[in-house]
Each structure stands twice: as structure tokens, then as C-alpha cells.
Design a protein around this ligand. Sequence first.
Ligand code: GLU
Length: 327
Amino acid sequence: MQTSAKGLPAGYIGRFAPSPTGPLHAGSLVAALASWLDAQAHGGQWLVRIEDIDTPRCVPGADALILQQLAACGLLPDAPPLYQSQRSAAYQAALDALIGKQLAYPCGCTRQDIALALAEAGQPKARHGELVYPGTCRHGLGGRPARARRFQTGNIEQNWPPAHAGHGKVAINLIANLGLDWQDRRLGSQHQDVAQTVGDFVLQRADGLWAYQLAVVVDDGAQGISDVVRGEDLADNTARQILLQRALGLPTPRYLHVPLVRGADGDKLSKQNGAQPLDTGAPLASLNATARLLGLQVAAGGGVGDWLAQAVQQWAALYPPSVNTRP
Ligand code: GLU
């Protein structure tokens, strides 16, 4: 049997996957602490993955700072962090496999093209500020002829391979998937019709950057992640990620989406709405505030180690660990 770094069966592997766009703050600590607690409650491994694929948004040195802040809170990964910026070959292999299976195709649409196609079809323009992709390039790169065929369904083999297969922007084709049900350990049964509510989605951007959906699915698979514990703002991505896992033949982890810390404007706390970097000199104050949001009431006193040990007990009572961590 495969064993973990702690010599335990490698049944549970969790992760915290920060984007290094700035230091850890009260909002990002929630996902860090919750994912760490869940891993400890299961006697499993906890990994950190630095999601530095959106290079223009990354802040140099933020990764090291985040790791220091985690360490000050006693949250130490069981293996050296994985950097997504070093994973291009794996993302390319996954993309090639999807194209080979005719599940992904090049797309030449601009946002304006998509808005125009939707307006012409009298369809609502956006959901969560995102345009629902109408499938314009599914049967060959876009432009007017393809727009005219945009609502045709059918066998993409007839038009395969597309005329400009070298084009950078690639979207996954979801014609085979209408509705998807999944379970969240906190939110319960979830349903999303990806084809209707999102449409085909981008895996590699026109500028060559890898999309979050592809990178997260490839890496969760490569790292053997059994359990994803993250903020509930990401719950809406889960159906897309499960579709991608299926398309790539990867197992689906269990999911638990935790509450968000909100800023004064009611939005998710971020640098933009006033989040302050977590103070490494006073980790217990930050941990206590985060614990309250997670429904834990850890008694003050003692050091970080004692605090964490109590928190693990309480977490295990809230979210009882299961023996079989895969759905
Ligand atoms: N990198 C993402 C973020 O910082 C998290 C991705 C995930 O947990 O799936 O919001």
C-alpha cells in the first residue's frame, strides 16, 4: 500500500492553493486553515500549491511571504510546494489529449464576438459577469460563417480538425454533458447544467496563459488530491472541473466549500476592499477570527500548537472524517 510522508495510508491528500497575488490575509487564511484542519482530522497529508499561472497578476516574493505566514500559524505542508509556473508540459499534454479526443477546439472569438453572437440570438448576455459561450467555433474557427452555424449541434468529426488548429485560444467542448450533480460536504447536493449556464470554456488563453480550470484539474490529479477544501466563491467552478476530470480520466475528489470573509462592501475580502496582510507576530488573533467564521470556538491560552490541536478536535466533530475519502 502507498504510504504518506507520515507513514499513514495515502488515503487523504488535501491542499491549499493560493495565487501569489499578495500576502495571506484574513480571507485567504480561511481556506488555508480549513484545508489543514480537515487533513489533520483525517490523519492525511496537506500540500501547498502555488497557483502562479496568471503571471501578470503575480507579485514577486508573495509565494515566500505566504509560506512564512502559514508557518507562523503552524500550518506546515507535508511536501515542498508545487509551482504551477513549472507545470506547462503537463497542461500541454492534457490539452493535447483533449484535442485528440475531439473534446477541445481552437476558438478565435473575442469577447465582443461572443457578446454579438449572443445579442443576435436574443440570449441573456452574462452570468456572474461572464458571457455564456454560444459555441461559435465548435465546428471550425469563428467569424461570420461559423456564427451562422453557431446553434447547430451534431458530430464535430465532420469538421475536424479545425482549419487553424495552431491557434492559441482553446475551449473545451461540452456537447456530451447536459447536467451535472455533485455533493458538497457543507453545501449539500449541487446541480449545474454547464452547457446551458457556462457553455464551452477556455483552457488556454489566446495569449498562451493556461486557464485556472485546466491547471487546477491537472494538478489535483497529479498530486492525488482526495479532498478539496476551499472558499465557497469557487463552488461554481466545481461542475466544470468535474467535467474536465471525466474528460481526462481523472478521479473526482470530495469537495467542501467553506464560508467567505467579506469586506465592508459585502464582497469577498480581498486586497481591493481593504484586506490587511496577516500579522505573523500575532497568529492567534488571526486564527481565532478565522475559527469563529468556521464555526469553531477554540479556548484562548497556550501556544499555536495547543490551539491547533483543539481546533482539529472541533473540526472533526463538525465534519466527521470518513474512512473512504473518495466519493
Ligand atoms: N488559486 C485559487 C485562489 O487563490 C484557488 C484555487 C482552488 O482552491 O481551487 O482563489
